[in-house]
Design a protein around this ligand. Structure first.
Ligand code: GLC
Length: 421
């Protein structure tokens, strides 16, 4: 449900966070997530585009066009684009250095990186579909389709080294869920030391950069990989199914068939390899032996976004939501009965992310997923409580899942998804 005040506040926020750049005589516009995140992020921009469709179809298209300017010929799209070079920090102690190519970019005479060296969950097809639905612009669709096909094929070709249909991340930051406890076991982290978590979670990036120059093939042959992430794969399947529909509209049947077959393969692999029938949950698999990471996080619930998830499995996931993911302000990014759960993401005073606070993009995915599986009451209740969060604390990055207080960057772009639930 949209209320006019809500909608205009969302619009104002996206407008305020908009940045404009000119490249080769063309103007590009995108919405930065917040003042603390002054660049363009891949999945954030897709969420922003979806919200933009409520008020301005052209502006929604801009989000994606400015992303695709940076797509490589092989299909890869980076997770961050550093449009404003003056904000890129050269410090070798800063993530701008570790998440990008180039060993010497910390030196003053060397060009700064323009993009990061890895990607993020592919919500791109979903965003394109929403724009096409809102604008009926088939020329835009024709412009997007080849780029979309390249992007989704790139995942299949570079991120599935064991050819089981499941994609692997090459760093936890690629899943979009920085510092999620679902990654703790794979990085050898336990306990509650913020300093240790910081070092352990960044260490794979140090190796990826220094040893492998972010070459995914070599990284995935390394000691601690692959890491087959359920959230990444669920979003990938949803994206492929959307791509198949879009391609069919334009008579691109070879593309539609490929996307459809690939979606089926990945869904089957999620069901046969990641689903734990005893626990009634999906787990990420890490390392050569595909060890399940048995920590209850929102990652385990994400297959709810897949329409062909078997009903008995969807029911088990819903039981978990009701039992372990339903504090006053659901859905916490980590289950409330996990030892690692922190309602505001803080560990010993230091703020991390995805360790138990609530965030709007996940609520958006799950509210729609619940309704698609006919859990209407729960889906509606989740949407209602999500809007209550915004009323209470504004559009922020995370919310304390116990009391709804702001717990992260303020004036945060994807929180506006509350108007699309
Ligand atoms: C954090 C989040 C990531 C998001 C980025 C920009 O790194 O974990 O998912 O894309 O911020 O908002």
């Amino acid at each position: 449900m949209e209320t006019p005040i809500f909608t205009s506040a969302a619009r104002m926020l996206l407008k305020r966070n908009t940045q404009t750049f000119v490249r080769d005589g063309r103007t590009y516009r995108f919405t930065a997530p917040s003042s603390l995140h002054p660049f363009q992020w891949l999945w954030d921009s897709c969420f922003h585009a979806i919200v933009w469709t409520h008020f301005d179809g052209e502006r929604a298209k801009d989000e994606l066009k400015s992303l695709l300017l940076w797509q490589r010929p092989d299909g890869f799209i980076p997770h961050v684009i550093f449009w404003d070079q003056s904000r890129v920090r050269r410090s070798p102690w800063w993530w701008h250095y570790w998440e990008t190519l180039g060993r010497f970019t910390f030196l003053p005479g060397i060009a700064k990186p323009q993009t990061s060296a890895f990607t993020q969950p592919p919500v791109l097809a979903q965003a394109v579909k929403r724009i096409v639905d809102a604008t009926d612009d088939l020329t835009f669709l024709d412009e997007m389709l080849p780029a979309l096909e390249r992007f989704y094929r790139w995942f299949a070709e570079t991120r599935d080294p064991d050819h089981d249909g499941l994609l692997s991340t090459i760093t936890q930051f690629e899943s979009g869920l920085d510092f999620s406890p679902a990654y703790d076991a794979s990085i050898g982290f336990s306990g509650a030391s913020g300093a240790k978590l910081l070092v352990r979670s960044r260490w794979p990036e140090v190796q990826n950069k220094i040893l492998f120059n972010y070459d995914a093939r070599r990284i995935l042959q390394g000691r601690s990989y692959p890491h087959e992430d359920v959230l990444l794969n669920s979003i990938y399947v949803q994206g492929l199914q959307t791509l198949a529909r879009l391609a069919t509209i334009r008579g691109k049947f070879a593309c539609a068939d490929w996307a459809h077959a690939q979606a089926h393969r990945t869904t089957q692999a999620l069901l046969s390899k990641c689903y734990d029938a005893e626990a009634g949950l999906f787990w990420n698999l890490f390392g050569k032996n595909e060890t399940p990471s048995k920590v209850k996080t929102v990652i385990s619930l994400m297959p709810l976004i897949l329409p062909d998830l078997p009903r008995p499995i969807a029911e088990r996931l819903v039981e978990h939501i009701k039992r372990s993911f339903w504090p006053e302000f659901p859905i916490p990014t980590t289950a409330t009965d996990e030892p690692s759960y922190r309602s505001d993401n803080r560990m010993r005073g230091k703020r991390f992310s995805w360790r138990g606070a609530t965030t709007m993009n996940i609520n958006w995915f799950l509210a729609h997923g619940l309704r698609a599986h006919t859990f209407f009451d729960l889906g509606d209740e989740l949407a209602t409580r999500s809007r209550r969060l915004v009323e209470r604390s504004g559009f922020t990055e995370f919310y304390d899942s116990r009391n709804g207080a702001a717990a992260g960057a303020t004036d945060f772009g994807w929180a506006t998804l509350a108007i699309d639930m």
